[in-house]
Ligand binder design. Structure first.
Ligand code: J2J
Length: 563
């Protein structure tokens, strides 16, 4: 039985996926013990000074699961999980699977707005956080939310510092292992976050069977085995890092996962050298930084066989530098937390490796490229990419209204991406129609930022668009219409401070804001974002910046951290 609020695959389709051996009745919560039986004392995780074997990992997962149960976690409970790249993340995620609870993967950069929304939308009964992390007190936030949200009963603090009253410390989630019931493999195991197009982020339910299938398939395609060493450079809660093949795929294959505290070249090059890393995955912005740093670094990267790059458009010029400068194979990955993954293969010809995002990972992935009236277009022609398959969602959690437009009647997910197919069936991502800014690999729904801007006093209308940026790929550009006199509008620094105070994650704050008299409209009366994007990108405009606009001096593009 699937959790209420989720859309199951049609029974016939599910039977087909089972019959074809794609879904094998795997319970993710049972995996650490199965892996321990197979790989024993091999190192499963390396994080900071810790080296954890498969046996130790399984024992810790059993004890942590029992600890959660003792503290009141029950099967079916949704638990918001917000931890950085630590062994704890892996232990807690699997312990929650084991206890039948369903973690909701939140980013550590999320603040009050996002965490509250995730708790409310998921109906969370618990929150697991890092205590104070990068100067932010997550436990204090969760305690405030627990005081307001009656369903949120449990706050777990996995940090090393003193624990606030009312929160359970890491040491409290440790108990003698219990016999726990197995999960229904067709049920939801956890929730990933959507890159989003609507004002509020949406939840993607992933089932035990579908995720086990995804990770096994990608691990096999990637040739992972006991000698493989995967570096989790990006945040581990990102679907790319967690399961493409990522952490779960590597552990399923008996390899070793090395968790990097951040994706800087300094940290990652040292780890690649020390741990003899064979595979890692990054977004183009990180790849660019690594290439820059490579010139100054004498780190030995010779163990690295494959660098996966995905999450945002990879410029061909950058793609061409990977093999000559880093000495490894480039594997382009087009993926989404909603499901579909498309990747280059080891035997691709060089042109395809550089200029395409490869082929879908499963023979059961179905792809349609369609025009505005949903009619399929021929190879070479760009259209919207629609997809369905054995690990692609059939509906967002508790979102019937949005699901009605995000899926076709026959269950294809409308990705909002523009793509074409080569005659050989390789995917080429050409752009997107969804209203999202992709800033250094972070996805920012324009509607979400606009809703917050409109809540700022003095702002009558707001439109957020991407503007190209050499390093981040895109930045966030906000066009604003003032409610009052043009001179009375808040400058960018104040806008950012206001949004920050409202509890919006910093990576969503506009990089630039410009006040205009009106927003341009399309013939249909919608805000013309294409025109605004083009205007934002106009070099003449940036040169003029601040000369003839209200509050110019303060409207400077202050750099803000990506995460
Ligand atoms: C252009 N745009 C891309 C690419 C994703 C592996 C890799 C990436 C993600 C991911 C993931 C792109 N070129 N190569 O989950 O497992 C944009 C598309 C897509 C959206 C999904 C994985 N690769 N994109 O990025 O859910 O617009 O997943 O629809 O965060 O990123 O974002 P997300």
């Amino acid at each position: 039985m699937m959790l209420d609020g989720c859309t199951p695959w049609p029974a016939e389709t599910a039977a087909h996926y089972r019959g074809a051996g794609l879904w094998r009745g795997t319970d993710l919560g049972s995996l650490p013990r199965l892996w321990a039986d197979a790989y024993g004392t091999t190192t499963a995780l390396v994080a900071g000074p810790d080296r954890i074997s498969y046996l130790e990992l399984a024992d810790r997962v059993d004890r942590t699961a029992a600890g959660f149960v003792r503290e009141g976690v029950r099967p079916g409970d949704r638990i918001v999980l917000q931890l950085p790249n630590t062994a704890r993340f892996v232990e807690v995620a699997f312990a929650l699977f084991r206890a039948g609870a369903k973690p909701v993967f939140s980013l550590t950069s999320h603040r009050a707005q996002e965490v509250r929304h995730l708790c409310e939308l998921s109906g969370a009964s618990g929150y697991v956080g890092p205590g104070v992390f990068r100067g932010f007190d997550h436990t204090a936030l969760a305690r405030r939310l627990a005081a307001e949200l009656p369903g949120l009963r449990m706050v777990f603090d996995m940090g090393d510092g003193p624990v606030l009253e009312g929160a359970v410390p890491a040491s409290g989630i440790d108990a003698e292992p219990l016999p726990l019931p197995a999960n229904d493999p067709s049920d939801v195991a956890f929730f990933l976050l959507s890159g989003g197009t609507t004002a509020l982020p949406k939840l993607i339910p992933r089932t035990h069977d579908d995720y086990a299938y995804q990770t096994r398939t990608v691990a096999e395609l990637s040739g992972l085995g006991p000698g493989s060493v995967y570096l989790a450079a990006l945040p581990v809660e990102f679907n790319f890092t967690w399961g493409c093949p990522g952490v779960v795929g590597t552990l399923s294959s008996g390899g070793t996962v090395v968790l990097a505290p951040d994706a800087t070249a300094d940290v990652c090059f040292r780890l690649i050298e020390r741990e003899r890393v064979t595979l890692t995955s990054v977004v183009p912005t990180v790849a660019r930084l690594w290439l820059e740093e490579r010139q100054w670094s004498d780190a030995d990267l010779s163990s690295l066989q494959v660098l996966q790059i995905g999450g945002a458009r990879l410029e061909p010029e950058l793609a061409a530098r990977i093999t000559p400068e880093l000495g490894c194979r480039l594997q382009q990955v087009f993926g989404m937390a909603e499901g579909l993954l498309s990747m280059g293969r080891a035997d691709d010809d060089p042109h395809s490796a550089l200029h395409t995002q490869g082929r879908p990972v499963s023979p059961a992935d179905e792809i349609r490229i369609v025009d505005a009236s949903d009619a399929p277009v021929p190879p070479g022609v760009t259209g919207e990419l629609l997809t369905r398959g054995p690990y692609t969602l059939r509906g967002y959690y508790r979102a019937p209204g949005h699901n009605a437009v995000a899926f076709t009647e026959d269950g294809f997910y409308r990705t909002g991406d523009l793509a074409s197919l080569t005659p050989e069936g390789r995917l080429v991502v050409e752009g997107r129609i969804k209203d999202v800014v992709v800033r250094g690999g972070d996805k920012i729904a324009a509607g979400e930022v606009e809703a917050h801007l409109l809540a700022v006093p003095g702002i009558a209308a707001a439109a957020v668009v991407p503007v190209p940026d050499e390093f981040l790929g895109e930045r966030i550009y906000a066009f604003l219409v003032s409610r009052d006199e043009p001179g009375a509008v808040p400058p960018l620094s104040l806008l950012k401070a206001t949004l920050h105070q409202r509890g919006l994650a910093d990576f969503k704050l506009p990089d630039r804001a410009e006040y205009v008299a009106d927003l341009p409209l399309t013939p249909l009366g919608k805000i013309d974002k294409k025109a605004l994007s083009a205007a934002a990108a106009d070099p003449a405009r940036s040169r003029d910046w601040g000369q003839d606009r209200p509050a110019p001096a303060a409207v400077a593009a202050a750099p803000i951290p990506t995460r």
